[in-house]
Write a protein that binds this ligand. Sequence first.
Ligand SMILES: *Cc1c(COP(=O)(O)O)cnc(C)c1O
Length: 399
Amino acid sequence: MSSDNKKKLSFATRAVHAGYDSANNEGSLNPPIYMTSTYAFDNVAQGAARFAGEEKGHFYSRISNPTQEILETRLANLEEGEAALATASGMGAITATLWTLVAPGDQVLVDKTLYGCTFSFMEHGLKKFGVDICYADFTDPTEVARNLTDKTKVVYFETPVNPNMRVIDIPVVSSLVKAYNPDIKVMVDNTYCTPALQRPLTMGADLVVHSATKYLGGHGDLIAGAVVGDAETIQQIRLFGLKDMTGAVISPMTVFLILRGIKTLQLRMERHCQNAQAIAEMLDAHPAVDKVFFPGLKNDPWHAVAAKQMDAFGGMMALELKGGYEAGVRMLNKLKLAKLAVSLGDAETLIEHPASMTHGVYTSEERGEHGISEGLVRISAGLEAVEDIIADLEQALVG
Ligand SMILES: *Cc1c(COP(=O)(O)O)cnc(C)c1O
């Protein structure tokens, strides 16, 4: 089956098959794990041609590996992009991409709320090397337009935003950036949705990055990442950002686990979304809860934008309790079934406190400026029976 034919198959089918043909692999239904660092050449000319990029084929596993290539083909297919690069972590994908795209004097325009380590890379990494980082509230497209300059190289955001669940309109932001200058790269962190729920490349974005640690792997047993986009840019990221700048190479063992995880991605996302909706509705009606941030609630300010660009509302939410930070700590310490842990997208329901955990690299003053409140609690709805999750949350909210 050619990859073109596979494009026409439905998402769930492509998630099982795209990029792999057992007929080319001894009939093995699951892909071989190529544990190799290097590849033997037939002769000197072939080695030279591979290094020069004149002949297709692998030459060293810091650049590419056959098992990794299967995952990259599958991810490109699911995100509807030309090519993908799998990396050792989400931060590996984000940093390899940005090191490749920007130089001193350039500006990167980013949404005001970012995953903690992404914020740290922008603020303490790129800035140190002379890149101007400009923050704007991307939920207001006029703020994006107002901050574009002739130095802007990349426009970067997450949606829904980790951890405060704001939703950014991908087609609106992409089209206004492209109208200003088609060479600016629009880069979207699609970790919260996965391509099962949202495909930014079909809405005008140029590049999608993932923490595959989360829903793509789906079982909390690995760290990995990916970037998807046009073939030329992905090749530049592979041959510079990955090969020379970060060396953030994914292990073929990890690739195998992600390929296994992706086979059930759509099934899992359906349950994550259903459970999150029921949990959010319970919390929204609960007397101890001040606010619930979940785009699936009809009263959520981002409900309409989310409904337009997401196939379902996702498995992530955040809340604030009436008793503020202290009430949040009491609740987290009383959980029995849900785990007090960072990360997200696992089978287990995971709950954490962003200000002291995932977003602790922001100072408290920065958290105020960037829209992360001190009492916010983040929930990743797991795959357990929803009545058991709800019962655990209810007992933790009492008192
Ligand atoms: C976890 C996460 C990252 C970083 O990914 P790692 O795999 O932990 O390096 C980036 N963006 C978002 C939205 C995340 O949740």
